[in-house]
Design a protein around this ligand. Sequence first.
Ligand SMILES: Cc1cc2nc3c(=O)[nH]c(=O)nc-3n(C[C@H](O)[C@H](O)[C@H](O)COP(=O)(O)O)c2cc1C
Length: 333
Amino acid sequence: MLFDPVQIKQLTIKNRLCMPPMCTYRAVDGVANFFHNAHYGTMINYGVGLVIIEATSVDPNGRISMEDMGIWDDKHIAPLKGIVDYAHENNTVIMIQLAHAGRKTAKNLPQVGPTNEAYPNYLAPTAMSVADIQALVSAYKQAARRARLAGFDGVEIHAAHGYLLHSFISPKSNTRTDEYGGSESNRLRIVQEILAAIQAEFHGAIGIRYSAEEYIDDGYHIDDYVRIAKTMVEWGIDFIDVSSGGIHPVSIEVQPGYQVPLSHAIKSAVDVPVFAVGLITEATQAEDILTAGYADMIQVGKALLRDPGLPRRWAKELGATLELKSPLNYPNL
Ligand SMILES: Cc1cc2nc3c(=O)[nH]c(=O)nc-3n(C[C@H](O)[C@H](O)[C@H](O)COP(=O)(O)O)c2cc1C
């Protein structure tokens, strides 16, 4: 199944192996350069079906580090388009993760959040005013327009790992008392508005990555995120990428496939494609997750960084065919 095609909205993806968004800290002023061409080009060459470009900031003040990728200016479009065109020449679907770091923004940039409460051991943020929220929504809208012009097949809204949108969703970090805080629908309002703004500009697949377990008693848990998944599907989200943690510093014991039960719970509740991620490092493990119906897409992060030849190796192990171009298709390789 791993090397069988899958459909997300109007996109047909040649296999179910996805490179998840992973920051590389190599951009200057947010602009993609030769490093990014080589890095993403390698994944494209080696046969990954779907590449999701790393967290890319919609605002220069939303970067995790000064070397983050950016999409806050039209100058970012052309270098991204080069990577997108190369993906398309090689029958690879390519998306971009749209991000704002919020309370976890780089130390030399201003921090913002739902309130002025800091993420532990980080700088105190400024609580966003309604005008700030409106400006953020329009930054996402402009980013979506640029993603369309760059030719991306999809965008992923980054609402995981304690970054800005996660900090609005979670009752742990969002104690606002206006229309962007309090009830769940109020805490979700910023994401709903951002999704609508993106939908107005971008007609490919639009998904979300969120942390479906926050690992703290006064935070949100999988049952809450199953409910949120249903709400987001009503809004028109096209896929859900299921991660966990990051709203509060807690150490968790990770083991192979530790987040798969979360994808499974969400997949059981909604009809859109669901992505699994987190220590999926073996071909048979990936295949088993798909055949059990726990997810529709398998994301492999660190293992792919260690070994870009992984798709080819896994295809051999599973006896599947993976279409590659010269020289990777040499029979005696
Ligand atoms: C170097 C690195 C950078 C990452 N950057 C991002 C990111 O930009 N956006 C995101 O949502 N997750 C990010 N992650 C999390 C990965 O997408 C993935 O969820 C995580 O590494 C677990 O998968 P794995 O065990 O296969 O590596 C990053 C992880 C690593 C190792």
